[in-house]
Design a protein around this ligand. Sequence first.
Ligand code: GLN
Length: 486
Amino acid sequence: MDLNSLTVESTRAAIAAKQITASNLVKQFYDKIKAEDPEIHAYLTLCQDRALKQAKRIDDLVGKGAPLPPLAGVPIGTKDVMVTKGVRTTAGSKILENFVPPYDCTAVMRLEAAGAIVLGKLNCDEFAMGSSNENSAYGPVRNPRDKSRVPGGSSGGSAAAVAAGTAVATLGSDTGGSIRQPASFCGVVGLMATYGRVSRYGLIAFASSLDHIGPLTKTVKDAAILLGVIAGRDPLDSTSADVPVPDYAADLAKPVSGLKIGVPKEYFGEGLDAEVRAAVENGISKLRSAGCDIVPISLPHTAYAIPTYYVIATAEASANLARFDGVRYGYRAKGSRTLSDMYRKSRDQAFGAEVKRRIMLGTYALSSGYYDAYYLKAQRVRTLLTRDFEQAFQKVDAIVTPTAPTPAFKLGEKSDDPLSMYLADIYTVTADLAGVPGISVPCGRTASGLPIGLQVLGKHFDEGTILRVGNAVFSEIPSASEGSLP
Ligand code: GLN
């Protein structure tokens, strides 16, 4: 079986047609992971026992001729910020090096209930803070398309595993672009639904008002299928929305002709790589040929998105990360004489530099005397950014932009310059701040073969439209181990 070309759809079909058993498929994936992943380093923890148990459940269903669930036998991985019962979950941090959670994340549980098989936990920037995966306490991930380059972040392992074909699909999380930007860098599809569409229960919190869980896949259809499974109200997450979940995969067949597509001028200015611009413009031409009406628009407050994001995200992170104190979870420093000494040493020894930087920034922004000047001001700008979208969506059905200003950069290229790293998310953070859905689809490549992503943003709870528009520009990039680079 050619594991590289498997999609969610084709895997389930092969299992249903008895071309392969789920148990055999899982073993083949583990062989591939053991052979190829050491170079990529997408996986942090494998969970063979759990995977083989689930595979057996599927094989029993097939054996009995029972109806098969929608993801029967599909091997997946999840970013290591989603807790998994009995399976180590680190969030890419030393502070959780030995943390084995007592419960499962809702999104992971829903995928398993639908028949998917979790192979393991995927590398990421520590607590999802980063854009290159270089902030992982366990070492970086390499981009399967060019191993001297980063896979993007923070869901770098999730994107790399799909691109390398060591998982059919994965889950990632997006707080400021962490699903879409690595999808763009690795040449896969990354989908962030509307805030509230997918339960966050069991997602280790970075910035709760911005965090989203979503799929990374080889095709838009696969993303539609997975979203259909993980979406929907969860009583365990009070921010999850009670909004009916449409049949996204079926809706993909609807034509895009007649849709109004906005192209915001603020996303095509200074700093945009020429090859990225050309590929995205080519994608826009495809939409025009498919009968879409292309409308120039403005999202006037875009320039304030990055500073707004880095005040709000760090403020929420400083509160969320207070729970890691060496008492209840994970790492505890040895040799402390007092309780506060133990807190201080544990956090000092086990948090990485970027996480400490964020906690300090966030604590400062929330401190009395500065709260109004920073945090409150940022919340007001967030409202203006949301209003920009509301006004644009009165005129258009979806918005098309580049996902990231550049293709994947070299390992080490930006690691000493946090500000230039933060700018890698310039086109993605606004959607998180406004809570609107976004998808990144591969739309072309640079002359040297690096993937380029095109982003489609949509109205609240209208993932169906961005999936359709994304599908119309999608140009699949074959799995990296098929030798896709010249
Ligand atoms: N790169 C951004 C950050 O470092 C976004 C991360 C994310 O979406 N989790 O905060």
